[in-house]
Design a protein around this ligand. Structure first.
Ligand code: DGJ
Length: 748
């Protein structure tokens, strides 16, 4: 423990940390990110401290502090009175709450032993500290070298059952991030079943917190939900096999007074694409516990002798600068230490995607005409979406073809190459750049109307004789099976080698049901990650985009492999403001795909000006069009080159800059956001008016994050100081509803 005083040999559970040393023993060579004194542990970032210690009497890990920076001695918490029904374990802040020994709150782990009982008693045994961070076997994970991250691993052991657990804490000090994961090993002879395992569990000493999460459904993803945490357990989860549209694997805890720009926020983001569960419990003792990890309802994992199970990791970020500060740390961390693609922060080509323009109605020649239209507008990447494949069962609608990844011979009598060659010979108007070609796939799915289904009915997810229910006329391949993984890897390799394809949109359009066992869900994910890892390593020059009916898999697991994700199938400019602002709570705007589509919008029937649609789409890292240029009104088409030029100009700031959500769409009809480049020399303000504004002053929008002393030119016109722009702001008026403005600022 910290300190050498004899009094430190505390028998009391909570007296330990009153004796904090002035000089701390540092096991971390490069920084004080992890500091260990005996069996007391301090994790430190630029703006946070996290402390816990081993209770000498029980071997339990007791949390002392997780929040803003502390140093030196810290006061000892008052020992809770133990009386009545609940003993000490149910009253204290525990790092890794187990089950069955009197902590009646939500556990982080539940193991069913071969004898049937679910009690466990995981006690501290030893620890290690190392610079850097090891990869997680088979799972996506944040990465960094010795200068970026330091890792503490606490080894726990249950002496009554031969079960061991390793808790891993990796600290990225610059990002105020602690990344947690757990390994559970069966060191006994018999089989055990892992019934629940949270990647992270945290007990905060507050009983008046709010929780923030992202909820939604198809075409209305990532709606920010903030609610007061009440007594008892509340939470959200995905049972769909995927992270899902319904809830995102992300939670923030904040004080009621915390806002976008002020106050404390704790974020928890699970690096996982499968079913997950988040539980938050305000207990009788005035503590709030949160757990986040695999969904126990879809786990039930058998662990044989000497086998180890590794949980996904959870990234926690502490912010003293409100919810916006938390988001900015996530954005920076995920851009630099999660997304592996070389395109993570590099300029993405403006694209035209065929889906909303032609849906399934095309052939080789009309697809080429669409690409010509794109080239004429100055587009750099043409993407052919669904409908290009299926020989015996051609994909003319969503009723057939999935699984048969051969070009439809009627549409492409000589395969894809002639179209790809012709498209990549086009040049983007106003440039000498050749167009690039991208293509859509949905590799995890199969239609009953397909050759694949008839040849491999056993590859489909199924539970005995229960009917294999279809959604969107399709079934799910069991990607847990190595032969299915190999099938996907092989056909994707052939496809990518068949023509000059440099972009893939990887879709997934239904939830999983009729699975052979609950544990199949996680096995599927391990299989999928193997496929993603193999293909993205084999084809590092491909720009990969994730998609699952829009944002059904907008999660950090996918981002490890794919630098961008199609944010939503809802392309309505106004709805997109809410969806993109919500998504930005945890995910960098660089990762969002956002397109200008036709009006009236196909999802909402709303008509908004092309400038508004474009300005909203420019807030995403992958900007483009999703319409048939031949059907654009003349004035829309004429506006496109200038909009493309603007998008290109501001893209580096959007891709790499810091985002400030100045006004939220759920709170104001003038939502606004601002990006600042990494070096602070450039900023971009996005400002919208959603409804008409009659007889009401246009509000001032106050900028954030600028240098108060510096001078900034605003759109090359006026020049104002940073303090003026932040304390007074700018004011814009719009003649009508759906007004929008993109303002470019440069430090002088
Ligand atoms: C769902 C996707 O989200 C859409 O963008 C489109 O690719 C369709 N699938 C194609 O079937």
């Amino acid at each position: 423990m910290f300190g050498s005083s004899a009094a430190v040999a505390a028998t009391s559970l909570l007296a330990v940390c009153s004796h904090f040393p002035l000089a701390l023993a540092q096991e971390s060579s490069s920084s004080n990110a992890v500091v260990v004194d005996g069996t007391s542990f301090a994790l430190n970032g630029d703006n946070f401290s996290y402390r816990f210690h081993v209770d000498n009497a029980t071997g339990d890990l007791i949390t002392d502090h997780y929040g803003g920076s502390v140093s030196g001695a810290v006061p000892s918490p008052q020992e809770p009175a133990v009386n009545g029904w609940v003993g000490m374990p149910g009253r204290v802040r525990r790092e890794f709450p187990d089950q069955g020994r009197g902590d009646f709150r939500i556990p982080a782990i539940r193991i069913r032993q071969s004898e049937g009982y679910t009690v466990s008693d995981l006690q501290y045994q030893s620890h290690t500290v190392s610079n850097g961070k090891a990869a997680l076997p088979g799972l996506p994970a944040t990465f960094g070298d010795a200068d970026d991250v330091t890792t503490l691993v606490i080894h726990l052991h249950d002496n009554y059952s031969s079960i061991a657990a390793d808790l891993s804490y990796s600290v990225f000090p610059k990002y105020d991030a602690v990344v947690r994961s757990v390994n559970v090993t069966n060191k006994g002879e018999g089989n055990i079943t892992l019934e629940a395992l949270s990647s992270l569990s945290v007990d905060l000493p507050f009983e008046d917190l709010d929780m923030i999460s992202l909820r939604g459904d198809w075409a209305r993803e990532a709606n920010r939900q903030r609610r007061k945490i009440d007594y008892g357990v509340q939470g959200f989860e995905s049972n769909t096999g995927y992270s899902s549209h319904f809830h995102n694997p992300f939670l923030a805890l904040v004080h009621p007074s915390t806002t976008e720009s002020q106050g404390e926020a704790w974020g928890f983001s699970l690096v996982y694409t499968g079913s997950f569960a988040v539980n938050v419990e305000k207990g009788s003792q005035g503590l709030t516990r949160a757990t986040i990890g695999l969904n126990p309802n879809r786990l039930s994992w058998n662990l044989g002798a000497d086998e180890t199970f590794t949980s996904p990791e959870c990234v926690s970020i502490y912010s003293k600068d409100g919810i916006g500060g938390m988001s900015r740390s996530y954005h920076r961390l995920y851009r630099n230490h999660l997304i592996k693609s070389k395109f993570a922060t590099s300029d993405r080509p403006a694209l035209l995607n065929s889906w909303e323009g032609v849906y399934f109605n095309f052939n080789e020649s009309s697809m080429y005409t669409l690409a010509e239209g794109a080239a004429d507008l100055g587009i750099h990447l043409f993407v052919m979406d669904d409908g290009w494949y299926g020989d015996e069962y051609p994909r003319l609608s969503d009723n057939a073809g999935l699984g048969d990844w051969t070009p439809n011979p009627d549409r492409f009598p000589n395969g894809l190459k002639p179209l790809v060659d012709n498209v990549t010979n086009l040049t983007a108007e106003g440039t000498s750049d050749n167009l690039r070609f991208g293509i859509w796939v949905e590799p995890e799915m199969v239609n009953a109307n397909s050759t694949l289904y008839h040849e491999h009915p056993d590859w489909i997810l199924h539970a005995g004789d229960y009917p294999r229910t279809e959604r969107r006329n399709q079934l799910v391949l069991n990607v847990a099976l190595p032969e299915v993984q190999d099938f996907i890897i092989d056909f994707m390799t052939n496809l990518l080698n068949s023509a000059d394809i440099t972009y893939i949109k990887w879709d997934n359009n239904r939830g999983m049901h009729e699975t052979p066992s609950p544990s199949n869900d996680h096995a599927y994910m391990l299989g999928l990650y193997r496929v993603f890892d193999t293909l993205t390593s084999r084809f590092p020059d491909i720009l990969w985009e994730g998609c699952a009916s829009g944002g059904g898999r907008f999660d950090p697991g996918v981002l490890q492999y794919f630098p961008q994700i199609w944010t939503s199938d809802n392309t309505d400019g106004v709805d997109r403001v809410t969806i993109q602002f919500g998504t930005s709570l945890a995910y960098p705007p660089s990762a969002m795909g956002a397109h200008i589509s036709a009006v009236p919008n196909h999802q909402t029937g709303r008509t908004v000006p092309v400038e508004f649609r474009a300005h909203v789409a420019m807030m995403g890292g992958s900007f483009g069009l999703e319409l048939d240029p031949a059907h654009m009104a003349d004035e829309e088409r004429e506006a496109v080159p200038e909009l493309l030029a603007l998008a290109e100009r501001i893209l580096p700031v959007v891709l790499k800059g810091d985002l400030y959500r100045l006004r939220l769409p759920e709170e104001s009809q003038w939502p606004a956001a601002q990006f600042i480049s990494e070096d602070g020399s450039q900023a971009v303000l996005f400002y919208f008016q959603v409804s008409p504004n009659v007889n009401h002053a246009a509000p001032w929008v106050r900028l954030q994050g600028l240098d108060p002393e510096a001078e900034y030119s605003v759109d090359g016109n006026a020049t104002y100081s940073g303090s003026t722009l932040m304390n007074m702001g700018l004011q814009y008026t719009f003649d009508t509803d759906y007004g929008s403005k993109v303002v470019f600022l440069e430090r002088q």
